[in-house]
Design a protein. Structure first.
Length: 272
């Protein structure tokens, strides 16, 4: 059972979304709020799996709400689905946050409900930890195991093990150190697996810049020793971005197919 909280000052919209979600098997709406401050209190108290929130609200807007929740050290980070009428610059800002899907108002409520259902099917962030520091790997795995939506598939302590696990398990993200000896360097592995996402946690994290497309984030080991929440935030943000980009690609392909179909019909019409 996935729990949902809805936050929007449009009471009619909240009512419609709640009604459709209550008819959906495996989904339970456990609360609603009409502004960001009420929503923050509700989320802290109920810890839902999914938060559906508007952006433009009184008291506290949706962006501030998400930043509050994501920044708190609660070993908890829900999936965020956002409803907005904001302009393109605000949409770009929202994409820096761990948001699953952005719906521009007006939208078909059924599409939002479908997105909630998809979360059940594609929920966990599947990761591999690659580091020759065995103690660090074990501690990081223990910390990540406290989060239900993070799944550590395996640990690699050398380059051969890392390559084998990537090819065999196909994780969403590889958490990798850069300071590791071996026949193949971590940088070469990152270069080799161009379609694989990597998150660098190292004593020298910036040797491989984030400008490389498949490095989603770089951080010093010291910075996450007492703040695992930030690492989880980045893992979930990266996963949500993957899901969103995949969906956008699917939508673009469908639109191109529709355009092609229309053009073919037009050509056939004039060919008669």
């Amino acid at each position: 059972m996935k729990t949902v909280v809805i936050i929007d000052n449009n009471e009619e919209l909240v009512k419609q979304v709640t009604m459709l979600l209550k008819e959906t098997i495996g989904i339970e709406v456990i609360g609603t709020a009409t502004n960001g401050e009420e929503g923050l209190i509700l989320v802290r108290r109920t810890r839902p799996d999914i938060v559906i929130t508007d952006i433009k609200m009184p008291e506290m807007n949706g962006t501030e709400l998400i930043r509050h929740i994501a920044g708190e050290k609660m070993n908890y980070l829900p999936h965020f689905i956002v409803m907005t009428t904001q302009e393109a610059s605000t949409i770009a800002e929202l994409r820096e946050l761990p948001i699953r899907r952005i719906f521009n108002k007006p939208f078909a409520i059924k599409e939002l409900v479908n997105e909630v259902v998809k979360i059940q099917e594609d929920e966990k962030v599947r990761v591999i930890i690659a580091d020759d520091d065995i103690e660090f790997c074990q501690k990081l795995k223990y910390d990540l195991d406290q989060y239900e939506d993070i799944e550590v598939l395996g640990i690699a302590n050398n380059d051969e093990e890392e390559i084998s696990l990537i090819e065999k398990l196909k994780p969403d993200i590889v958490i990798t150190d850069l300071l590791r000896n071996g026949k193949i360097t971590p940088e070469q592995i990152i270069e080799q697996f161009k379609t694989q996402s990597f998150l660098v946690v190292s004593y020298s994290p910036y040797a491989t810049p984030e400008t490389r497309e498949n490095v989603v984030w770089s951080v010093h080991k010291y910075e996450i020793e007492n703040n695992i929440t930030e690492l989880v935030f980045e893992l979930k943000k990266a996963k949500e971005n993957m899901v969103r980009l995949k969906l956008e690609d699917t939508i673009n392909i469908k639109e191109k197919q529709q355009e092609k179909g229309i053009w073919e019909r037009v050509k056939k019409f004039f060919a008669k």
